[in-house]
Design a protein around this ligand. Structure first.
Ligand SMILES: Cc1cc2nc3c(=O)[nH]c(=O)nc-3n(C[C@H](O)[C@H](O)[C@H](O)COP(=O)(O)OP(=O)(O)OC[C@H]3O[C@@H](n4cnc5c(N)ncnc54)[C@H](O)[C@@H]3O)c2cc1C
Length: 430
């Protein structure tokens, strides 16, 4: 069977890896010379950074499985930290080394910066979600849900709202509680390891996409870089991609906003998707500069989270500041945004000198907005032998109940799902 995958982001590469593992021959076509899509390395004069700081969690089971498959050892390439949310001087929650679910109960009960009433309220909230099987019917915004649960304000501000923005990249007043509940079910309410934070020690292209491409080549497949597909044509012998082919099966693993350029007929499936940005500012300080933790929250700042790459990826002095979702920061000129972020870091690091270089990357369409009741297209399309993969595709893997927000794990799962459809189509074909 001849199979093509369009797009070498995490979804397309996951699909291709799964297929070559099962003995299929696959050709991957990627528009860019760099693999990874929205999670990729960016080469600058100062060195290699990422298009945006990414955080995985222990619950990213399919991503970790496929990393192992392609020989990208998660233990070496990801720094694993027990769940810790710290806003210096305001709030700290850290999961102790206890078996689940005690680690989360203990983390909440020992949290600093909220009172006992708030701690019990947080436990009750988790308990209610668990009792309801993490089903939120009808789905509603996280703000409305927190309001209904009469969640105390500091708990909202330092726990649920930062978790919502970090996990869904959508402001709480627009974010789907159901999607947040899926993430909570698979992380905080699962095993202790599932709630660990995993921070990439290498670039996002080196983490999985490059090892995946080598793996695909070793298994007889091809990854074509710099090959943007502009025309998909179907005829009796299969699909042709800008004349290449024919392919009996094609997985289209492009972002949803690139879908209509290839398949205008599918536009109605994705036209209602809205986008949320992510801004990442990379600041280079002298190597002696260090944050108190590899990852720190900023309260009432422009930045939301700071990442110390001296403690993460062996680049002392390099700090990434992340601002997820839409907000007023988007109205600021870049130089002003960078100045404010530097001042916020200076509050945490006394005597901080000016950075020797600053680079801000704004991904305007970082993720789709995870809004309540969002309709997601299925993997199967109305066209024979044509499948969809990507973080926006609805989940139907038997092991995964419910949709994920736009994440690496969501992308990888959709890729695996598309590959399994192709494999069963090949069995049926004979
Ligand atoms: C700044 C930022 C921060 C993020 N932070 C996190 C995080 O902390 N944790 C997390 O889990 N997720 C995070 N995400 C989300 C995550 O990166 C995405 O959900 C995921 O990478 C999507 O993968 P994908 O394969 O579905 O799509 P994409 O990565 O968009 O891949 C699609 C690929 O298709 C290619 N393509 C498009 N059109 C064509 C064509 N016609 N022909 C050939 N190729 C084509 C594109 O070049 C691209 O490489 C973040 C995203 C951004 C941008």
């Amino acid at each position: 069977m001849s199979i093509a995958v369009i797009g070498a982001g995490y979804a397309g590469l996951a699909a291709a890896v799964e297929l070559v593992t099962q003995g299929q021959t696959v050709e991957v076509f990627e528009a860019s010379r760099t693999l990874g899509g929205r999670a990729r390395a960016v080469v600058t004069e100062e060195g290699t950074i990422d298009n945006g700081q990414h955080v995985l969690i222990g619950a990213c089971s399919e991503t970790l499985r496929l990393m192992r498959t392609v020989g990208a050892d998660p233990q070496r390439l990801l720094q694993r930290l027990p769940l810790t949310l710290e806003f210096p001087g305001e709030f700290r929650l850290a999961a102790p080394p206890l078996p689940a679910p005690l680690h989360i109960a203990a983390a909440l009960l020992r949290a600093q910066g909220i009172g006992w009433r708030e701690k019990w309220a947080a436990l009750r909230l988790m308990h209610r979600l668990q009792r309801d099987g993490f089903c939120v019917v009808p789905d509603r915004t996280v703000s409305a849900w927190l309001q209904e649960q009469q969640t105390p304000s500091r708990q909202r501000r330092f726990l649920w709202e930062p978790l919502c923005i970090a996990a869904l990249n959508t402001p709480p007043d627009r974010a789907s509680t159901q999607m947040l509940a899926h993430v909570l079910r698979d992380s905080l309410a699962a095993t202790r390891a599932a709630s660990d934070l995993l921070l990439p020690r290498v670039s996002l292209s080196a983490l999985f996409p490059e090892p995946a491409a080598h793996f695909i080549h070793r298994h007889g497949g091809t990854v074509h870089r710099g090959r943007r597909i502009t025309l998909l044509e179907h005829s009796a012998d299969g699909w042709r991609l800008d004349g290449a082919g024919p392919f009996s099966q094609v997985i289209v693993a492009v972002a949803s906003h690139h879908l209509d350029a290839l398949l205008p007929e599918l536009k109605p499936l994705v036209a209602h998707f809205e986008w949320e940005p992510i801004v990442t500012t990379w600041l280079t300080y002298p190597p002696t500069i260090r944050l108190a933790q590899p990852m720190l929250g900023v309260s009432d700042g422009c930045a939301q989270w700071l990442f110390d790459h001296g403690q993460i990826s062996g680049k002392p002095g390099l700090i990434a500041a992340v601002i997820s979702a839409r907000g007023r920061h988007l109205d600021l000129p870049t130089a002003e945004l960078e100045r404010r972020i530097h001042n916020e870091i200076a509050h945490l690091v006394p005597g901080l000198p000016s950075p020797s270089s600053v680079r801000t990357i704004t991904e305007k369409r970082a993720t789709f907005a995870s809004t309540p009741g969002l309709r997601r297209p299925p993997t199967r399309t109305p066209f024979p032998g044509l499948w969809l993969a990507g973080d926006y595709v609805g989940s139907a893997l038997p092991s995964v109940a419910g949709d994920y927000p736009a994440t690496l794990e969501g992308a990888v799962r959709s890729g695996v799902q598309a590959a399994r459809h192709v494999l069963s189509a090949s069995i049926q074909a004979g």
